[in-house]
Design a protein around this ligand. Structure first.
Ligand SMILES: Cc1cc2nc3c(=O)[nH]c(=O)nc-3n(C[C@H](O)[C@H](O)[C@H](O)COP(=O)(O)O)c2cc1C
Length: 381
């Protein structure tokens, strides 16, 4: 097998362990944690891994092809970078690193509303291929302005998030006083001093800020005021009335992210979405919820002919991606995994993680004697 990544870190667990050593604790815990008692965080991966695939060795085989067509564009593999907020706080310049790697690997990159790179830059770095995830703005004017910017930047796919009607209850972040920029408490200063590479890069790239939101954010707000501003500006709670003007205005593809029930999948179809991402936000919102693989199977059975079905939450490897695809996802996204890669290996982390996942997934298809990604459901046990 040929490797185009550093085989010192051949698994996600290697990257996670290395990222743990390189990131300040408050940043690593923001990335790594779920919510409440982390039950759903662990359930996502554990239940996904109950999916088993059956190899078929004695047959004609022409080789594996990972290429996957989604919304009219053919990507090199059936996975992409999920939207993640505050990326530059976790690793300086990380959204740029991941956007560039996604372009190089021909994979989709989704920019979060609340990350540290703006829509225009994401589009520039990906030759107009970056998708944009929208937190629902409370105000129509702000919403329309952001949609106009995304359209002007030629964003092909808008991803509307529905699973943050309230912020997740995340005890580690409360304890760490997580904020952007980081609060300079003694504990945080000590953590930063122990992570010189992170500190050096933060100085080099400057204090991370919510780049897309800069034009709307009053200058000189203290942290408390910034928090209040964000609360007033965004209302994550969605209903049909709020969704309709977005569908009317947005001419590109529209995807609903955070679908975890058949009812919401049906609503997405009725409201004219082109796709859904079945997701529980990586177990960061509802600790008492199901693993994402469970609604994925039900939704795919019922609605796969009516809407494009994608999934995220819990995948950490090529076999995990294969399990999700075999269970009815047409495409997958990973959140933490790419950030573990960048936290571990800096500028090389995006390429490393993408190359590693491609190699792992390719091996699974070859082992199953499966030729293309869309055939994976035929191999489920
Ligand atoms: C640190 C962190 C920040 C996130 N921020 C956002 C965000 O701003 N917008 C969004 O739609 N999803 C956000 N998500 C959720 C991811 O897009 C994705 O649903 C989740 O990470 C998938 O689970 P996984 O991490 O197990 O792959 C975030 C996830 C993490 C881990």
């Amino acid at each position: 097998m040929a490797f185009d990544f550093d085989t010192k870190y051949p698994s996600m667990e290697d990257l996670r362990a290395k990222a743990y050593k390189k990131m300040p604790r408050f940043a690593f815990e923001y990335l790594d944690g779920g919510c409440n008692e982390d039950i759903n965080l662990h359930r996502n991966t554990a239940e996904l891994r109950e999916v088993k695939l059956k190899p078929r060795y004695i047959r004609e085989y022409k080789g594996a092809n990972l290429k996957t067509t989604l919304f009219g564009k053919t990507y090199d593999a059936p996975f992409g970078v999920a939207p993640v907020g505050l990326q530059g706080l976790m690793w300086p310049n990380s959204p740029e690193i991941l956007a560039k790697a996604a372009l190089q690997h021909n994979l989709p990159f989704i920019l979060s509303t609340v990350t540290t790179m703006n829509i225009e830059r994401a589009s520039e770095l990906t030759n107009g291929n970056a998708w944009f995830q929208l937190y629902n703005p409370a105000e129509d004017t702000l919403r329309n302005n952001i949609l106009d910017r995304a359209a002007a930047a030629e964003v092909p796919v808008l991803v509307l998030l529905c699973d943050v009607p309230t912020f997740g209850y995340r005890p580690r972040d409360f304890r760490n006083g997580l904020a952007l920029p980081p609060k300079m408490t003694l504990a945080n200063i000590l953590q930063i001093l122990g992570r010189p590479h992170w500190a050096f890069n933060t100085l080099k790239y400057g204090t991370p800020t919510f780049e897309t939101l800069k034009p709307y954010t009053p200058e000189g707000l203290n942290l408390k005021q910034l928090g209040q501003f964000m609360d007033q500006t965004f209302s994550g709670r969605l209903n049909e009335e709020r969704i309709k003007p977005i569908r009317d205005k947005w001419k590109g593809k529209l995807v609903l992210k955070g679908v975890a029930s058949e009812e919401d999948a049906l609503a997405a179809i009725r409201l004219g979405f082109d796709g859904i991402i079945v997701s529980n936000h990586g177990g960061r919102q509802l600790d008492a919820g199901e693993a994402a693989i469970a609604p994925l199977k039900r939704i795919s059975e019922k609605y796969k002919d009516q809407i494009t079905i994608m999934m995220d939450s819990g995948m950490r490897s090529g076999p995990d991606i294969a399990r999700a695809l075999a269970s009815g996802a047409e495409f997958t996204f990973l959140g933490r995994s790419f950030m573990y890669g960048v936290g571990a290996l800096g500028n090389k982390g995006g390429n490393h993680t993408m190359a590693m996942l491609k190699t792992e997934l390719q091996q699974v298809l070859e082992q199953l004697c499966c030729e293309k990604v869309t055939d994976l459901p035929n191999f489920i046990l």
